[in-house]
Design a binder for this molecule. Structure first.
Ligand SMILES: Cc1cc2nc3c(=O)[nH]c(=O)nc-3n(C[C@H](O)[C@H](O)[C@H](O)COP(=O)(O)O)c2cc1C
Length: 166
């Protein structure tokens, strides 16, 4: 997929189909995160894949929208300080996923203490965000519109409000 089409058509999606994501797609998603640039190339992140259903149930209780985690096919906790670096890493993962038809949503942490406890992390090992992935419950074809059409339909402030020439 064209990069700008992927950016313009990507929406954070919370309802996932009951279809597993092939291992090679999962690997590509994680590799896209690994490839993100970071300040001084420090790469201060780890990607915790929430596998067991028991852990997943407890992780769900630590985010704002538990059903996002409960219904996802892939749940990745980004262990990192929230920063530009972790943001780049997560956006890379979500765009690589969308390129393979996999939708996603970032999930903020509602109960950091509970999450640390479930994942056996110390206070020096914060989780920046939990990203949920899956094939969409409702198919959305990025090719059905041009990037410009997707851009015009996006629920975003107009560019004129954001850009200032100085
Ligand atoms: C840092 C961050 C935290 C977010 N936390 C949540 C969340 O806890 N639950 C949720 O459903 N969506 C969450 N979102 C998704 C936002 O609601 C979403 O990016 C925004 O509404 C735009 O959605 P759209 O791309 O579908 O237009 C989060 C997004 C970001 C960047």
């Amino acid at each position: 997929m064209d990069t700008f089409l992927a950016i313009a058509s990507k929406r954070d999606t919370r309802k996932y189909a009951d279809r597993s994501i092939p291992d090679e797609v999962v690997r590509r998603i994680l590799d896209a995160g690994r490839l993100a640039g970071s300040a001084s190339n420090r790469q201060r992140w780890r990607f915790l894949l929430i596998g067991s259903s028991e852990v997943r149930a407890r992780v769900a209780e630590a985010v704002y929208e538990p059903d996002n985690v409960r219904g996802a096919q892939l749940v990745v906790a980004i262990q990192s300080r929230p920063s530009l670096d972790s943001g780049r890493c997560v956006q890379n993962m979500m765009l690589a996923a969308w390129n393979d038809g996999v939708v996603s949503c970032p999930n903020g942490i509602a109960d950091a203490d509970k999450l640390r406890d479930v994942l056996h992390l110390t206070e020096e090992e914060p989780v920046a965000i939990i990203v949920t992935f899956g094939y969409p419950a409702k198919i959305r074809d990025p090719m059905s519109r041009t990037p410009e059409e997707w851009s015009a339909r996006a629920d975003r402030k107009p560019l004129d409000e954001l850009v200032e020439r100085i």
